[in-house]
Write a protein that binds this ligand. Sequence first.
Ligand SMILES: *[C@@H]1O[C@H](CO)[C@@H](O)[C@H](O)[C@H]1NC(C)=O
Ligand SMILES: *[C@@H]1O[C@H](CO)[C@@H](O)[C@H](O)[C@H]1NC(C)=O
Ligand SMILES: *[C@@H]1O[C@H](CO)[C@@H](O)[C@H](O)[C@H]1NC(C)=O
Ligand SMILES: *[C@@H]1O[C@H](CO)[C@@H](O)[C@H](O)[C@H]1NC(C)=O
Ligand SMILES: *[C@@H]1O[C@H](CO)[C@@H](O)[C@H](O)[C@H]1NC(C)=O
Ligand SMILES: *[C@@H]1O[C@H](CO)[C@@H](O)[C@H](O)[C@H]1NC(C)=O
Length: 397
Amino acid sequence: MPTMRFYRFAIAALVAFSEATSPALLHQNTARQNVTTSSQRLGLQWLGGNSTLPKVLVLFTGGTISGGSIYGALDDTQYGQLSINGEQIIARNPYLLNHTQLAVSNWTSEDFSTGTNDALVMNMTRFAHDALCSEDSDIDGAIFTHGTNSLEETAFLMDLLVNCGKPIVGIGSMRPWTHLSFDGDANFFDAVMLAASPESRNRGVLVAFNARILSGFWVTKLHSTNPDAFWSTAGGDLGIFINSLPVFFNSPSQPLHKHVFSIDQVSTHSTYPSLPKVDILYAARGFDGKLVLDAHANGADGVVIAGTGNGGIPSGSDEIKEALDQGLQVVVGTRSPYGPSSPARTPSYAKSGFLHVIQARIQLQLAIASGMGMNQTIDLFEGKFRTAIGQEWTPKQ
Ligand SMILES: *[C@@H]1O[C@H](CO)[C@@H](O)[C@H](O)[C@H]1NC(C)=O
Ligand SMILES: *[C@@H]1O[C@H](CO)[C@@H](O)[C@H](O)[C@H]1NC(C)=O
Ligand SMILES: *[C@@H]1O[C@H](CO)[C@@H](O)[C@H](O)[C@H]1NC(C)=O
Ligand SMILES: *[C@@H]1O[C@H](CO)[C@@H](O)[C@H](O)[C@H]1NC(C)=O
Ligand SMILES: *[C@@H]1O[C@H](CO)[C@@H](O)[C@H](O)[C@H]1NC(C)=O
Ligand SMILES: *[C@@H]1O[C@H](CO)[C@@H](O)[C@H](O)[C@H]1NC(C)=O
């Protein structure tokens, strides 16, 4: 038995060693030499067959758009017993392939809980970055279908990580495809037309929902059941769909306070393929600062607090200071749906600025994964805001 165990270990070590060194790399290099496009390299199968049309990659994570109900056409809350895949959604709409070529890349999780897994979403983001932003890319844009509950999280994450000018459009539906007024077909078509449009370039990640064009940086789900669920926390809509074609209001621009992270750097963090653990705590009268210490003891590298009003914390400041001294990073946003959590004169933690807490959590994850300490994180969240209001702050090193 011991010999056998050792033998197995030796084989495993050999395999690990050889994978870490030449053969895998060699294989990749030969494969690269022979192929000419990212589509070929990534094995994408283009549907449609008219090679003059724009190529739009469909990153399919499922969501309500792929869900159906056994409880009839009126049910829009108890669905999920039936499902359709990306190819089936495309097949429902004969207009799609007259305007674009589409290739489906499957990112559904085994349990169909779309977007609730940082590792899966990061893997998809790396894939999208490779497919769209590599030198050999032959793809014009991408859409990602998503469960609406966390659509804004993935949109914001991708917006901070994939920035080569090509459009990426998040979409979903609020009603299952068995419903008498399924919103998924129109949202899907709109998103594809948006991703295929040259007008969509250099605007960051977009979201197409209920005939609105929204910014992936600002978008949030404001209604839990209505098909008109998605709005912006600032800046308003970027445009609308008329006859399912995108009509923009303004020329391309990006949010002033957006920080672009390096996906390669983020991916060297020890939590790869996932991201550092950051928890959100919601402040209210009687807020218990011990929750912050508990989060750290439970493995969190960072905590975002949904503060009151302009980023207030009703109680618990001693515990927050203790947690900061222990190395926990803290960002305080606001539980108000609109408006900032603006910088303090002398910071000890970061105020989230215009990022609401769901976005602040993701930006803090990326900051920690990029190796930023608390002072750099403060500068990341507050720097441009401070400049605007004439309250610069430079940490003493
Ligand atoms: C790539 O080309 C080399 C030599 O031209 C050949 O030996 C190899 O099998 C090819 N690999 C693939 C994946 O087509
Ligand atoms: C392919 O698409 C082009 C538009 O880009 C169109 O003019 C042409 O008729 C299409 N070809 C076929 C065979 O449908
Ligand atoms: C798609 O294009 C073909 C060829 O141009 C045309 O015959 C067909 O009606 C179009 N389909 C739709 C749904 O527009
Ligand atoms: C997509 O992936 C899921 C999870 O791995 C799998 O269950 C499903 O069969 C896949 N769907 C397709 C169309 O390949
Ligand atoms: C993400 O990708 C890594 C590396 O390819 C893989 O080991 C891991 O299983 C993937 N995780 C998920 C949740 O897809
Ligand atoms: C962060 O900045 C403060 C204020 O200038 C300074 O006291 C502190 O030493 C800095 N911390 C680190 C880790 O550099």
